[in-house]
Design a protein around this ligand. Sequence first.
Ligand code: SAH
Ligand code: F3S
Length: 446
Amino acid sequence: MGTKLYIKTYGCQMNEYDSDKTVDILKERKGVEVTSHPEEADIILLNTCSIRDKAETKVYSELGRLNKLKEKNPNLKIGVGGCVATQEGSNIKKRAPYVDLIYGPQTLHRVSDLLEIDTSKGIKAIDITFPIEEKFDSLPKPTTGGPSSYVAIMEGCSKYCSFCVVPYTRGDEVSRKPEQIFDEVARLAEQGVSEITFLGQNVNSYMMPFKGRILRLSDLIEIISHIDGIERIRYTTSHPLDMTEDLIEVYQYVPQLVSQLHLPVQSGSNRILEKMKRNYTIDIFTEAVNKIKSYRPDLRVSSDFIVGFPGETEKDFNETMDLVNEIKFDSSFSFIYSKRPGTPASKLEDLTSIEEKKERLKILQDQLNFYHREHSKNMIGSIQRCLVTGIAKKSPEQLQARTECNRVVNFNFENISFIGKLVDIKITEALSYSLLGTLHNSRGKN
Ligand code: SAH
Ligand code: F3S
């Protein structure tokens, strides 16, 4: 019987991506089989996240539960990866001595070597360094699980926003070699992938020399739009400061680039943005959005917000609400500020009560939900170009597709071969989390 691997992923899309790659590497090098039942696993890996509060506590209590499995199966190997691993390092061994290996987001390609180490001889299986280029070079050939795929183009972050742990847990920004990216996209397209999402902690700060010039994200988008079969292009997560002219202009001439942009703003107050060390003003943010809207009037913008940053006043918060009402953001994320150890913001005085912060979060989320519903309602009667992703989850007589703004649309189908293709769907109904529609006509590749 093959070795069974159970992997649990916390946090962002980058972590999801990293877990997929860890699985691919362990399949290739150790012939593992993935299981969704920890109790039958030979290897258990936790791919952790430390972006907000209590992440460490959650990991330690999960480890406590997993240790019981180890009592039953002494050959079980338990590993901790991801951002908590980088932050806690060998502390994990002190609090949970039964953990066999500790690896960071940039050393997941070394997991199979770490698993070989005989820790009973006192040798430590810990590697939380940042060999990012080596990681990119070691990734196995991509395999697909459907018509849509992520492609990491850069890693880490050098922005050092005052509240954020990412630069410390994932290291400074490193861009991936363009030839590796093009090769990966071409391979995915050959396997039938039609939607590519470029992924990075700060995806639009991408910069790499190639054949005598410097390539930016805008160049990558333009170049892959010529690869046969690539019908849709997305990127996430971008930073307002790197919404440079060339990236804005690309909306004019690459039709495959979706009219949807995730652009984290964090706050609508310039005073707070400065304290957050975001290095832009609200005018810079809205100018970039409006410029893209002049090319794409149907552009949907989603964002990330933090409420209750140290020193945020009622006036600052109201400025965030003004921005929400001006931009009418679509499907966004919002969080209460969480004090992270080692970050500059953790030293700031914070006098706002948690009750007040919760109240602000509720006001913000109610308004974000309101615009989300409004956008959905306004889509009724419109024709949307959608990528068919598979059979509908709840009704097997329907197919599931995604609009450019990433809403799920279910529709009755005539032909199962629509899966993986772009079709035009007339939206007939807006539900809370999805849309219903009817096939208008199909187009795209055959
Ligand atoms: N690179 C992205 C952010 C990645 S982290 C950017 O450009 O903004 C994802 C989101 O988590 C952030 O946008 C922020 O809204 C939230 N976040 C990060 N640190 C946080 C903290 N200490 N407290 C609350 N939310 C936080
Ligand atoms: Fe974090 Fe700011 Fe980078 S939010 S990921 S430090 S852009």
